[in-house]
Design a protein. Structure first.
Length: 402
């Protein structure tokens, strides 16, 4: 029935599932011709990494623009309600019920904007207490009225600062999507020429469990120490140049590819330990870093066993980055949500969390979505840098990494 011998069971199942079959269509001779032609469509090619990254990039761009539009509408509503609150402060004609309704509405609208600021929360609570206070003596007192106006002005300034942080957080998500599209474009442009520029395709063989030579131990140790130092330096960088990434595992994937899982795990542990001692991260996130090394090792080993080729290509490094990003997004966001009230200790990343909180009205959902976007870009960047490092060292020390 299927003339094309390359047709997979997945492709056949796809066509039989989604192509409507009726009694008349089965009896029609042209049905088999149509099905035969459709079976030649390379469905599985649509699920290649570069196409998945392009789809994810465009999805991020479209959804982020929708999120920004929704958030800007929220900004406008808060501005209007704060102005109304100032106008009604000395208005004795408005009932207490109306003031209660306006206060509750303003509290609900402002909650995402003041979530990470205890001071702003106290300001809003004090403002609403004064706004609902019915004593005429308070409202007619010039000094108290001035205090209320200044308090509202200060709170409004806090809201504006958070609004800028949220918009910058959304812009960082757009930046991540552009970077992902850039990586996908590189894959499309260089895939055909990869065989000419890649390492020699040595056959892969399972290594016997023997101790490495003294020379190998020294080289592995130097590479691991250098990777730890580079990870620490690169993780500090985003805090000073406002990059929406973590960049604390930049060379971990490379160390795992070159020196094995043991060195990759050592690199992960000592990187996070030093960052913890310098107050840049929590020691709990070392679990995420170790998971990066473990999944990279599994990805590389699976590729080598499947292809029977020792050398690793750019695509398999990006796959290691993808699995690391997904696992880190799940575990890291779980830790952030339950241990740190969804705070990432980065104003840029917190801005995107708050922006999504405004949209979804659910902090947990906002934390996981923001974490996924950030981790995808962060781990793909780490994978790309690791691949360059891997190529340079694997060519430099062919006898060691053979």
């Amino acid at each position: 029935m299927f003339a094309d011998s390359n047709t997979s069971q997945v492709d056949v199942f796809f066509y039989l599932t989604f192509l409507p079959i009726t009694k008349n269509s089965i009896q029609t001779p042209s049905y088999y011709a149509i099905l035969n032609q459709m079976s030649k469509i390379p469905v599985r090619k649509l699920f290649k990494l570069e196409y998945l990254l392009i789809f994810f990039s465009f999805l991020t761009c479209v959804t982020t623009e929708l999120f920004k539009h929704n958030t800007l509408e929220s900004f406008t509503k808060i501005d209007r309600d704060i102005r109304e609150l100032q106008i009604l402060y000395n208005d004795t004609n408005k009932s207490s019920a109306y003031k209660e309704e306006l206060s509750a509405e303003l509290m609900e609208e402002c909650l995402p904007y003041i979530y990470f600021s205890t001071e702003s929360k106290h300001k809003l609570i004090r403002i609403l207490e004064l706004f609902k206070y019915d004593a005429v003596s308070w409202n007619t007192n010039h000094q108290n009225s001035k205090y209320f106006i200044n308090l509202v002005a200060n709170f409004y300034g806090d809201i504006k600062a958070t609004q800028r942080s949220i918009l910058f957080g959304f812009d960082s998500m757009l930046f991540c999507s552009v970077f992902i599209l850039f990586l996908a474009t590189i894959m499309l442009l260089t895939k055909r020429a990869e065989n000419q520029t890649s390492l020699e395709d040595l056959p892969y063989q399972e290594k016997a469990k023997t101790l490495p030579s003294p020379k190998e131990i020294i080289i592995f140790a130097l590479i691991t120490i250098f990777a730890i130092a580079f990870n620490i330096a690169s993780s500090i960088l985003p805090r000073h140049i406002s990059v929406p990434m973590y960049m604390d595992s930049t060379f971990t994937i490379a160390v795992t590819a070159l020196c094995g899982l043991t060195c990759g795990t050592i690199c992960a542990i000592f990187t996070n330990l030093i960052l913890f001692l310098t107050n840049y991260t929590s020691i709990r996130f070392v679990l995420c870093h170790i998971l990066t090394a473990v999944l990279a090792a599994i990805t590389f080993r699976h590729h080598q066993r499947r292809t029977k080729i020792k050398s690793l290509n750019f695509e398999i490094f990006l796959w290691a980055g993808v699995w690391s990003a997904i696992s880190n997004a799940i575990l890291g966001d779980f830790l952030a949500s339950h241990l740190f009230d969804s705070s990432s200790a980065s104003p840029i990343l917190d801005g995107s969390v708050l922006g999504l909180y405004v949209v979804f009205k659910n902090l947990t959902v906002a934390t996981y979505i923001s974490g996924l976007f950030t981790n995808i870009a962060d781990k793909l960047l780490s994978a790309a840098i690791s691949y360059i490092f891997y190529i340079l060292l694997a060519r430099k020390f062919k006898n060691i990494f053979k």
